[in-house]
Design a protein around this ligand. Structure first.
Ligand code: GTP
Ligand code: ZN
Length: 186
């Protein structure tokens, strides 16, 4: 499990290293707060998000299912700063193998709550749905703003990074892909 005691010690050291006094009133509880926060935002490291896709229904619907505008918050693994935005997840079931809509958002959440790269997050969501549901196709798009590009470094607030992962029929058929993109835009 996440070692909150170790995080507390490390945060105290960071505070000392930047020249702060970790014992002054406002900072006294900060190491413990940060430890609780990291436990929360990195909890995805301790779960297998694919488990959410175990619950499958049979419903003869072999058309596209899209859950769009799923809010995402993740942490860039290079700087440990947040990146956040929206995820769009579409799939076309095979043989009526359909999952609960909330489960798609749970998979997104499970992979987001880790130190991440936006590309890896996108791929992991698509591949887990392919593995568990064996659908005709999957398309995942993530649009996000990276704090490491806005509050520091190159400082380009408002810039967005868009990543996609397309599998199966979405990869093969331009029309299927176009339909999903139009629904996401619309
Ligand atoms: N591909 C990818 N790059 C990311 C992501 N998050 C942050 N980065 C980039 O990771 C890179 C790390 O580059 P480095 O040169 O090692 O670090 P740095 O000196 O802090 O880089 P600058 O941000 O350019 O100041 C930067 O270009 C970031 O923009 C991500 O999700 N995907
Ligand atoms: Zn970063």
């Amino acid at each position: 499990m996440i070692d909150t005691e170790k995080i507390e010690k490390a945060v105290r050291m960071i505070l000392e290293a930047i020249g702060e006094d970790p014992d002054r009133e406002g900072l006294r509880e900060t190491p413990a707060r940060v430890a609780r926060m990291y436990k929360e935002i990195f909890c995805g490291l301790w779960e297998d998000p694919e488990i959410h896709l175990e619950k499958i229904f049979t419903e003869q619907h072999e058309e596209m299912i899209l859950v769009k505008d799923i809010p995402i918050y993740s942490m860039c693994e290079h700087h440990l700063l947040p990146f956040f935005g929206k995820a769009h997840v579409a799939y076309i079931p095979r043989k009526g193998k359909v999952t609960g809509l909330s489960k798609l958002a749970r998979v997104v959440e499970g992979f987001a709550k880790r130190p991440q790269l936006q590309e890896r997050l996108t791929t992991q969501i698509a591949d887990s749905i392919m593995r568990r549901l064996n659908p005709q196709g999957v398309l995942v798009i993530i649009e996000a703003e990276h704090m490491c590009m806005t509050l520091r470094g190159i400082r380009k607030p408002g810039s967005k990074t868009i990543t996609s992962a397309v599998r199966g029929s979405f990869q093969r058929s331009e029309a299927t892909r176009a339909e999903a993109l139009a629904l996401i835009k619309g």
